[in-house]
Design a protein around this ligand. Structure first.
Ligand code: TYM
Length: 332
């Protein structure tokens, strides 16, 4: 079976609907047909300062959420990135093959460093996409399920893979981004011109999976839409309303066309009310399962340890090939 790999940063207490619809749902969907590796990107998380206790807790919470949403630890390796040293090791090799200007073109770095002032952003934030390339290439995956905001990092990953393969010897598989058009970019409920984001959205713009369901329902009812009254899908002119239709359709399984037809002649309030119910029905059991999993730390830590063992086996093998090809004198 071809492999699938992806990662998520443990930088909040809860995943949000952007993470879930943009990426995590596809993780669940691909695990049966692929050999799956899913990790919690704690090395990436420290590119901005983290409180150690909080980071450790969030890594466990992330693992619990992955299991609660249907990632099966018997099938999928679930692990913390820091538990597989090859990520950082290959990251270094790839850093040495990346042009400074090439790294500088990464728009996510530009956005994030602009916020902090480029001079005070960490060097790790700058090299972040190269570590991401290492994360991916170590496992030689076919697909990397992510949201639209990761597309440029995937392109860099492919460029680096190709560069390594042609400079040395074919070592890496060129991974394909797996991005679903419909849900590639879930937007902020309060500012629909921006993506829903852990770091940039206001609390009322973001629906966290572990929020109190009543709070989520309220956020949906007060989502920003537009001043027309017609329910139709138009991501350009009606980004707020279209986002609500997208979320409804993704969770309920009803097509957008059918929603539009069913809500013809209704006000936005009716759509919001129904969506709030759809979301509450979805998050309530998810939240209960996650909280129950968090009661058993030993079990969660065991899942992470098993996942790390499987990941290390694959990653070490690739790293060994890389070290050998680069010219390091590895003892037999
Ligand atoms: P992160 O932790 O920011 O987000 C995790 C996943 O959620 C997707 N996503 C969204 N999709 C649609 N709409 C949104 N509003 C939205 N917000 C987030 C992201 O695209 C991502 O797929 N750099 C990565 C983590 C990472 C990684 C990797 C991913 C590190 N190494 C290797 C894949 C492969 C990140 O910060 O994702």
């Amino acid at each position: 079976r071809p492999r699938v790999l992806s990662g998520i940063q443990p930088t909040a207490d809860s995943f949000h609907f952007g993470n879930y619809l943009g990426a995590l749902r596809q993780w669940v969907g691909l695990q049966d047909s692929h050999e799956p590796f899913f990790f919690i990107a704690d090395l990436h998380a420290i590119t901005v300062e983290q409180e150690p206790k909080v980071l450790r807790e969030r890594t466990r919470r992330a693992a619990a959420q992955l299991v609660a949403m249907g990632i099966d630890p018997a099938q999928s390796a679930i692990f913390a990135q820091s538990a597989v040293p090859a990520h950082a090791q290959l990251g270094w090799v790839l850093q040495c093959m990346t042009g400074f200007g090439e790294a500088r073109r990464m728009t996510q770095f530009k956005d994030k460093s602009a916020k902090q002032g480029e001079g005070s952003a960490s060097v790790g934030l700058f090299t972040y996409p190269i570590l991401q390339a290492a994360d991916i290439l170590l496992y030689r995956p076919q697909y990397v399920p992510v949201g639209e905001d990761q597309r440029q990092h995937l392109e860099l990953t492919r460029d680096l893979a190709q560069r390594f393969n042609s400079r040395y010897k074919k070592t890496f598989r060129l991974p394909e981004p797996y991005i679903l058009k419909e849900t590639a970019k879930i937007v902020d409920l309060q500012d629909p011109t921006r993506k829903m984001s852990k770091s940039a959205s206001s609390p009322s713009g973001i629906i966290d999976l572990l929020d109190d369901p009543k709070v989520s329902a309220k956020k949906i009812r007060s989502a920003v839409t537009d001043s027309e009254a017609e329910i139709r899908f138009d991501a350009e002119d009606k980004p707020g309303l279209s986002n609500l239709l997208t979320i409804h359709s993704a969770i309920s399984g009803e097509s957008i066309d059918s929603l539009v037809e069913r809500f013809a002649g209704h006000g936005y309030g009716d759509l919001k009310k129904e969506l709030a119910e759809v979301v509450v029905d979805f998050v309530t059991p998810f939240r209960d399962t996650t909280l129950a999993l968090l009661e058993d730390r030993t079990h969660l830590d065991q899942i992470l340890a098993d996942g790390a063992a499987r990941a290390n086996e694959v990653a070490e093998r690739t790293l060994r090939d890389v070290y050998e090809r680069v010219g390091f004198a590895i003892p037999a």
